[in-house]
Design a binder for this molecule. Structure first.
Ligand SMILES: NC(=O)C1=CN([C@@H]2O[C@H](COP(=O)(O)OP(=O)(O)OC[C@H]3O[C@@H](n4cnc5c(N)ncnc54)[C@H](O)[C@@H]3O)[C@@H](O)[C@H]2O)[C@@H](O)CC1
Ligand SMILES: Nc1ncnc2c1ncn2[C@@H]1O[C@H](COP(=O)(O)OP(=O)(O)O)[C@@H](O)[C@H]1O
Length: 308
């Protein structure tokens, strides 16, 4: 069922922010598993994340993806990060990122849904630059770029990669910058003027031909057609290291389960914000950390999507 606040049924408002979707519209998107489901049919998420300096980002995004319903979450990380990922959460399938070959990977599971999240815990070395370029070029399913991989896209070469991918018409590209990363993307694409908020999100969406999730106290979700949704139900409790990695894992899991990019972003941001609020309710806005947001995801699912 579509509600009047579901932008999917709204006219193209070209840059005028639309309000957040209501819970009824979001609930209609929930990826409840089919009774006949197996772990592969529920969506496989390939998470390319966790440089030696930042294994925690891979752990957080991977755990959040599992909580958000991905049936199989495979983490491709630096060799030095493997032990941290495996010890943090044994259900994550951890591999060295030298084994990440997006084209080969997808050929093995052409009959299944899936998505790739790349960049949580990247710090921008040459190997990571190659991983990002290869993924944008070769992955045919949805690709979400987050964290340090955003900086690696923030130049003319990155912009060209993104636009060529859009022209090929393969899986969609989603970028989830915070304010600092968005400024880098804007400089890289030589966007004119001091854009902010919704205008910046639309400008980036058009420049990179991608869905942009511009994160902050209010998050703007914009596509290249100029449709912008706002998401303002979060809490300052979320202003803590690692909560962006959690959001990337949630949206990636929803993409892997077959949601369209704008739907995955809208539901993902709403669940993330609601989980932050639920955690703050229990722990105070001061004490919440990214792990607590993951732990509160079941409460957020119940609050927004309801029981099944
Ligand atoms: N436990 C972990 O392993 C963690 C790893 N992380 C990873 O660390 C890497 C670097 O990410 P960072 O964001 O720390 O560093 P970045 O260097 O990408 O961005 C931080 C810079 O951007 C500026 N900035 C401007 N607006 C901002 C905004 N709205 N929010 C945040 N910063 C803003 C800051 O002042 C700062 O100079 C990423 O790959 C990320 O995924 C972080 O997510 C934190 C947790
Ligand atoms: N003051 C705030 N109010 C609501 N949400 C916030 C606030 N500050 C940050 N957030 C949310 O927290 C997350 C932070 O993401 P990010 O900066 O990428 O963190 P990290 O890189 O440490 O993982 C985003 O989803 C953002 O919308």
């Amino acid at each position: 069922m579509r509600s009047p606040t579901d932008p999917a049924s709204a006219p193209n408002t070209a840059g005028t922010p639309l309000p957040s979707r209501d819970n009824a519209a979001l609930a209609a998107l929930a990826p409840w598993p089919d009774p006949q489901a197996n772990k592969y049919t529920r969506g496989k998420l390939s998470l390319v994340a966790g440089a030696a300096a930042y294994p925690g980002a891979a752990c957080l995004a991977g755990a959040a993806a599992e909580r958000a319903g991905a049936g199989y979450t495979e983490v491709f990380c630096a060799g030095e990060s493997l032990l941290a990922v495996r010890s943090f959460r044994p259900s994550l399938v951890a591999r060295d990122w030298r084994e990440w070959h997006p084209a080969r990977q997808e050929a093995r599971c052409a009959d299944r849904t899936g998505a790739c999240v790349i960049g949580c815990g990247f710090d921008g070395d040459a190997r990571q630059r190659e991983l990002v370029a290869e993924t944008v070029r070769a992955a045919t399913g949805p690709v979400l770029i987050d964290g340090g991989a955003i900086g690696l896209m923030a130049d003319k070469a990155g912009q060209r990669l993104a636009r060529e991918r859009a022209e090929r018409g393969v899986g969609p590209l989603v970028l989830t910058p915070h304010g600092g990363e968005a400024a880098r993307l804007a400089r890289g694409a030589e966007l004119e003027g001091a854009l902010g908020g919704p205008e910046l999100a639309v400008g980036l969406a058009r420049a990179y031909r991608a869905l942009i999730v511009l994160k902050g106290p209010i998050t703007f979700i914009a596509d290249a057609e100029g449709i912008v949704e706002t998401m303002g139900r979060g809490t300052a409790a979320l202003a803590k290291a690692g909560t962006g990695d959690v959001l990337a894992g949630i949206i990636g899991a929803l993409l892997a389960q077959g949601l369209a990019p704008r739907d995955a972003a809208a539901l993902g941001c709403a669940l993330h914000a609601e989980a932050g609020r639920a955690a703050a309710q229990e722990l105070t806005e001061i004490c919440v950390s990214a792990e607590d947001v993951i732990a509160a995801l079941p409460q957020a699912v119940r609050a927004i999507v309801g029981a099944h």
